[in-house]
Write a protein that binds this ligand. Structure first.
Ligand SMILES: [Zn+2]
Ligand SMILES: [Zn+2]
Length: 333
């Protein structure tokens, strides 16, 4: 089993190079394409019901769970490349997780496309519109640094049989009832398996922005130099958490069935067949900082460059109010 990749030319450490689908030697600059990442092989769809027995636990490296004492985030790191740093809060007080823990390994990976430099420019552009930016940038050295991390995500494929009832209006007066049924194949419906990140709406919107069809078969080489968050939402919980989101998605399909009448007040019953999943790890540039004893997190999608996150708002609200006050007094003159 391979551990860290040593450069064949000089023996230096090779790390994954975002945007290149390659490993790059830190010492001599030698580049090696990672075959899995340039292959046309699709990521395998796994059977949900037999996942207990069929899921892979082979990370292709000596995987170690590291838990942060400050924020509780659990990351999986290559035993030989432990950073000793929590990418979620910057704390250096990390400890080893349960060594006996059997950690399910991913089927697929979306490699980093956005480089660290690019992430920084995206961030610079984004903070232009934030109040407090100059003050915070001066205060927090950490704000100028992004950490690359892979975040766990499950995607689901399932065949659905749907029966629905609803109503529509005719000649904008009469209400008529309608019922029907249709079959619909759900494809790559995503669930972010990180409690840490999925609890924030803004961050979640960034993490739902992946082109999952571009995922590649998992290879530990994509993790050279990048830790991976350990999923805090398991496969079954992820599927169970889908309820409302999936129902909403299926209800939307009612009005895409080629009938010109717009159905409202939809009630629906659904049967599910052939549930399959993929366990993907997806790239994120993460930046977190403390302000007024609160942890703020900003994330950039490592594939598409979409950015969002939390930002201290107190001063912003104050500034807006002041602006309105001045506008108001000029108006009165
Ligand atoms: Zn080298
Ligand atoms: Zn932490």
């Amino acid at each position: 089993m391979e551990q860290t990749r040593k450069c064949p030319s000089c023996g230096g450490t090779m790390i994954f190079k975002p945007g290149w689908d390659s490993l790059l030697c830190q010492s001599c600059g030698r580049k090696e394409i990672i075959p899995e990442l340039v292959s046309k092989i699709p990521v395998e769809e796994m059977d949900f019901l037999t996942a207990q027995n069929t899921a892979s636990h082979d990370w292709g490296m000596e995987a170690k769970v590291v838990v942060c004492k400050q924020c509780g985030a659990a990351t999986i790191q290559n035993k030989l490349q432990l950073s000793g740093l929590c990418p979620f809060c910057g704390s250096t007080t990390v400890e080893s997780g349960d060594p006996e823990q059997d950690i399910m390994a991913p089927n697929g990976v979306i490699p980093f496309k956005i480089t660290e430099e690019r992430a920084y420019y995206i961030f610079k552009d984004w903070i232009k519109d934030r109040f407090l930016a100059p003050e915070l940038l001066a205060q927090n050295a950490r704000l100028n640094q992004f950490y690359g991390i892979y975040v766990p995500m499950f995607t689901f494929d399932v065949l659905t049989e749907n029966r629905y009832t609803g109503h529509y209006t005719e000649d904008s007066r009469r209400t008529l009832f309608k019922s029907g049924k249709f079959q619909y194949q759900v494809d790559d419906f995503p669930v972010v398996a990180s409690k840490q990140l999925a609890s924030d709406k803004l961050i979640l919107s960034v993490l739902k922005d992946y082109r999952t069809r571009e995922a590649k078969p998992y290879t530990p080489e994509a993790l050279a130099g990048f830790p991976c968050e350990h999923y805090s939402i398991g496969l079954t919980d992820a599927w169970n958490s889908l309820g409302n989101d999936l129902n909403f998605h299926l209800q939307q399909q009612v009005n895409k069935q080629g009938d010109s009448r717009y159905i409202m007040g939809i009630e629906m019953a659904t049967d599910y067949y052939n549930l399959r999943y993929k366990y993907l790890i997806v790239p994120v540039w993460i930046n977190s900082f403390f302000y007024d004893n609160r942890l703020y997190t900003i994330v950039i999608n490592g594939q598409t460059g979409k950015i969002d996150g939390q930002w201290p708002k107190s001063f912003g609200t104050f500034a807006k109010k002041t602006a309105l006050f001045f506008l108001g007094s000029f108006g009165a003159v």
